[in-house]
Design a protein around this ligand. Structure first.
Ligand code: GUN
Length: 298
């Protein structure tokens, strides 16, 4: 193994500690805690685990957590009514509606109901437009977490060739915008890209966000490149035991070639909630019109 391992778990712990310090300062200045509301519809087990974890980490950072659970058969109007109530609640700085929603709800309409000034997930059209045009707004948590790890590892990214594999609204597209903002030369590759290995081989920075276990191989990687693996794939263990968590990158092979690489688990995964808490604190500072401490939370 030659690659440096990028320790996302340790970075996320550090970020959460900085959020906690700023959250205490916020409470002293504003006379109330910063608050995050999380809405879960239905009983998807993975979503329940995430929501519980978000609630626990929100409290651990000294912020208020408001959890709202609706049954799987709740009407979309009920959910929209709840979002309207949270939009108007001065104790709520950030609103997160856990995805996926049940099939009878239209995700785009639900997300559009969230006040962009409380959109700590960065999923609204307003947030995407603000990111694309360089205005202040909220950036989706996973890609922003990837960018933080990259800047911590490499410093200035300007002029580097970055290839983002995957074009989702939640990761691929905002990731490309963030890298462009850092003056990278950005390519978005996807399932229809011709000769994907050759495209990836050009990259100084590879972001893998396709959801296919071990797809990106060692001979696709330029020696010394930095590889960020967003994939979380559950595959059967080789010994027939429990399921095993693997990324989109063939870690064993790629870590012989890359300069630095995020592991799965322990790389990008822990960053998502840490960035969510950071976004919530920034929302609180903006909403309460106290000084915004974005630099302390980079
Ligand atoms: N489902 C899986 N990841 C996420 C996320 O980051 N935000 C929301 N709202 N739902 C998710």
């Amino acid at each position: 193994m030659s690659a440096a391992i990028i320790d996302g778990k340790a970075f996320a712990e550090g970020l959460r500690a900085r959020v906690a310090a700023e959250a205490a300062a916020f409470e002293a200045a504003a006379g109330r805690k910063a608050g995050l509301a999380v809405v879960l519809v239905g009983e998807d087990p993975a979503s329940e685990v995430y929501v519980r974890s978000k609630g626990r980490q929100t409290l651990a950072c000294g912020m208020a957590s408001f959890e709202h659970k609706l049954p799987a058969n709740a009407s979309e109007d009920l959910l929209l009514g709840l979002i309207a109530q949270l939009n108007g609640d001065p104790a709520v700085d950030g609103i997160l509606v856990q995805l996926p929603l049940p099939p009878h709800m239209e995700e785009a309409r639900v997300i559009a109901a969230i006040d962009p000034d409380k959109d700590v997930d960065g999923f609204t059209v307003a947030s995407a437009g603000r990111l694309a045009t360089g205005l202040d707004g909220f950036v989706p948590c996973t890609p922003l977490g990837c960018l933080m790890l990259l800047k911590n590892q490499l410093g200035d990214l300007s002029g580097l060739d970055a290839v983002v594999v995957g074009r989702s609204n939640i990761v691929g597209k905002p990731m490309a915008q963030l890298l462009l903002r850092e003056s990278c030369t950005v390519t978005i590759a996807h399932s229809r890209t011709r000769d994907l290995p050759a495209v990836v081989r050009r990259a100084d920075i590879v972001i893998a966000a396709v959801g296919r276990a071990g797809m990106i191989k060692a001979d696709w990687i330029k020696p010394g490149a930095t590889v960020i693996d967003v994939g979380i794939n559950r595959i059967p263990a080789t010994d027939g035991g429990k399921m095993r968590l693997v990324g989109d990158v063939d870690f064993a092979g790629v870590s012989e070639v890359a300069g630095a690489i995020t592991p799965v688990p322990g790389g990008v995964g822990p960053m998502t909630i840490a960035v969510l808490l950071r976004n919530t604190l920034l929302a609180a500072q903006r909403n309460a019109k106290v000084p915004v401490t974005e630099d302390a939370l980079a």
